[in-house]
Design a protein around this ligand. Structure first.
Ligand code: PGA
Ligand code: ZN
Length: 437
C-alpha cells in the first residue's frame, strides 16, 4: 500500500532541473529520477517545465506540485504492485494524449518509483519484477553501445552526427564487454592526444570525446583505429546515431551536414537530398564495420528510412528513435511502412513503464530489435539497466564509459550479471534478437 507520495526538484547531468519522485510503502521509500533529452522527437510525451525567468524557464516546480497535490491524493492507499492499473490511472488522471496536463515527467517518476515499490513488496530485484511485468521473456545481459565520440547538439564541435558507438559484439560476457569499451575509450584518448592535441580530449554530454572534427568519416576512422590499438579488431563493431532530424532543413527539404558551421563555410556537397543520404549510408556501411544505425533520416522521412532498410537492413540494424518516440501508434505505422527494423526505447518519450513495455511487445511480435536508451540529460538513476535485462532487449546505450551518470547504468549491469551467475547470457552478436532469445 502506498502511504506517501513526495517529489522534489533535483539537477541532471547538464545542470538542468529535473524531477525526483519518492513513493513510500510499508516496505520503505522508493525513489526514481526522470531523465531529459536535447534532440527530442516532435511527438514525445510532454515534459512539463515552468517557463518564466527562473532557471531559464526549465524549472519543474509545477510537475513537483502535480505529483504531490494531484497524483498523490489519487493513488494514496493503493497497491503499488499493480503497475498496469496504476499507469492506466495516471494516464486517465492526466486525460491528454501527450500527458501535457500533469507532465510526462511527473507521471513517469511515479510509474518508475512504483515499480521499485512493487519489486520490494514481492521481495525480488527490480529486473525480476520488470521481467514478469513484460510477460517473462528470457533475461539477457545486453551489449553496451559506447558513445565514444559526441557531436550534433550534444557537443560544441562542428561534427554534424550526434553519436558514434563502439559495440563489443565479440565479447562473451557483459564484464568483458565493459573492459573492451574502457580499453577502446582509453586507446581513443591516446590517439586524439597524439593526432589532435590535448585539448581534443574534452568530453561532450554523454561522456564521449568531442574533438574539433567536422567530418563524420574522420570520427569513424578514429574509432576503427582505437579498436585496432586496443587489439580488438573484429570484436568491436561500429554504430552511429546522427540524430538526423537535427540536420534536416524542413523548408528546403534537405539534410545539411554543415548545419553547425557558419553559412559562409557550408559546402554544397554536404547539403543532401534524402536519396543522396541513402547512398551515403550505403557507402558508409560498405566501408566501415557498421552494425547499428539510428535515426539516419528526419522523423518525418519514412520513405528514405524504408529505402535504406531495404538495402542494408540485413547487415545493419536500423533503429528508429525520433520517428517512433516509443509510441505504439507510431511504431505500428513504421512496421506497416517497413521504415526500420528496430525501435529505440526511452521510457520518458512515452511517460509510463506500461506503455514502453507495450511498444517493446509490438516490436518483439514483428521481430524488430529493441534498443534501450538513456537520455543526454541523465541522473544517477539506474532503472534502464534493470529494464534492459528484464526485457531481454539485447542491447542498450548509456554513453561512454565516462561520467558517473553514464557508468551508474553500466555498473548496475555488472552487479546484475554477477547476481545472475551461471544463468547470465550475454547477447553479443545476437543483439538484434530482442525478446526472442
Ligand atoms: P537525447 O539524445 O537524449 O538528447 O534525445 C539521445 C538520442 O538521440 O538518442
Ligand atoms: Zn537517437
Amino acid at each position: 500500500k502506498i502511504t506517501k507520495v513526495h517529489a522534489r526538484e533535483i539537477y541532471d547531468s547538464r545542470g538542468n532541473p529535473t524531477l525526483e519522485v519518492e513513493l513510500t510503502t510499508p516496505d520503505g521509500t522508493f525513489r526514481a529520477d526522470v531523465p531529459s533529452g536535447a534532440s527530442t522527437g516532435d511527438k514525445e510525451a510532454h515534459e512539463l517545465r515552468d517557463g518564466g525567468a527562473r532557471l531559464s524557464g526549465k524549472g519543474v516546480a509545477k510537475a513537483v506540485t502535480n505529483v504531490i497535490d494531484v497524483i498523490g491524493p489519487a493513488i494514496l492507499g493503493q497497491d503499488a504492485i499493480d503497475i498496469a492499473s496504476l499507469d492506466a490511472q495516471l494516464c486517465a488522471l492526466d486525460g491528454t494524449t501527450d500527458k501535457s496536463k500533469l507532465g510526462a515527467n511527473a507521471i513517469l517518476g511515479v510509474s518508475m518509483a512504483a515499480c521499485r515499490a512493487g519489486a520490494a513488496a514481492a521481495g525480488e530485484p527490480l529486473y525480476v519484477f520488470l521481467n514478469r511485468l513484460a510477460g517473462s521473456p528470457k533475461m539477457v545481459m545486453p551489449m553496451p553501445c559506447f558513445n565514444l565520440v559526441n557531436g550534433g547538439v550534444h557537443a560544441g564541435n562542428a561534427l554534424p552526427f550526434q553519436e558514434f558507438f563502439a559495440c563489443p559484439t565479440g565479447a562473451s560476457t557483459f564484464r568483458e564487454a565493459m573492459q573492451m569499451g574502457a580499453e577502446t575509450y582509453h586507446a581513443l584518448k591516446a590517439l586524439l592526444k597524439e593526432q589532435h592535441g590535448l585539448d581534443s580530449t574534452g568530453v561532450g554530454d554523454e561522456g564521449g570525446f568531442a574533438p574539433k572534427l567536422s567530418s563524420p568519416e574522420d570520427a569513424l576512422k578514429l574509432i576503427v583505429s582505437a579498436v585496432e590499438r586496443a587489439g580488438l579488431t573484429g570484436k568491436v563493431t561500429l554504430g552511429c546515431d546522427p540524430a538526423a532530424s537535427e540536420m534536416y532543413d524542413k523548408d528546403r527539404g534537405v539534410y545539411n551536414l554543415d548545419f553547425k558551421k557558419p553559412a559562409a563555410e557550408q559546402q554544397p556537397e554536404n547539403i543532401m537530398k534524402g536519396d543522396d543520404l541513402v547512398a551515403y549510408w550505403v557507402e558508409m556501411a560498405g566501408k566501415y564495420p557498421l552494425t547499428l544505425l539510428e535515426d539516419p533520416f528526419d522523423q518525418s522521412d519514412f520513405e528514405s528510412h524504408a529505402k535504406l532498410t531495404a538495402q542494408i537492413g540485413g547487415n545493419v540494424e536500423i533503429v528508429g528513435d525520433d520517428i517512433f518516440c516509443t509510441n505504439v501508434q507510431l511504431v505500428k505505422e513504421g512496421i506497416e511502412r517497413r521504415a526500420t527494423n528496430a525501435m529505440l526505447l526511452k521510457v520518458n518519450q512515452i511517460g509510463t513503464v506500461t506503455e514502453a513495455i507495450a511498444a517493446y511487445k509490438l516490436c518483439v511480435e514483428h521481430e524488430w530489435g529493441v534498443f534501450v536508451s538513456h537520455r543526454s540529460g541523465e541522473t544517477e538513476d539506474t532503472f534502464i539497466a534493470d529494464l534492459t535485462v528484464a526485457l531481454g532487449a539485447g542491447h542498450l546505450k548509456s554513453g561512454a564509459p565516462c561520467r558517473s551518470e553514464r557508468l551508474a547504468k553500466y555498473n548496475q549491469l555488472l552487479r546484475i550479471e554477477e547476481e545472475l551467475g551461471a544463468d547470465a547470457q550475454y547477447a553479443g552478436t545476437d543483439f538484434r534478437k530482442s525478446g526472442r532469445f
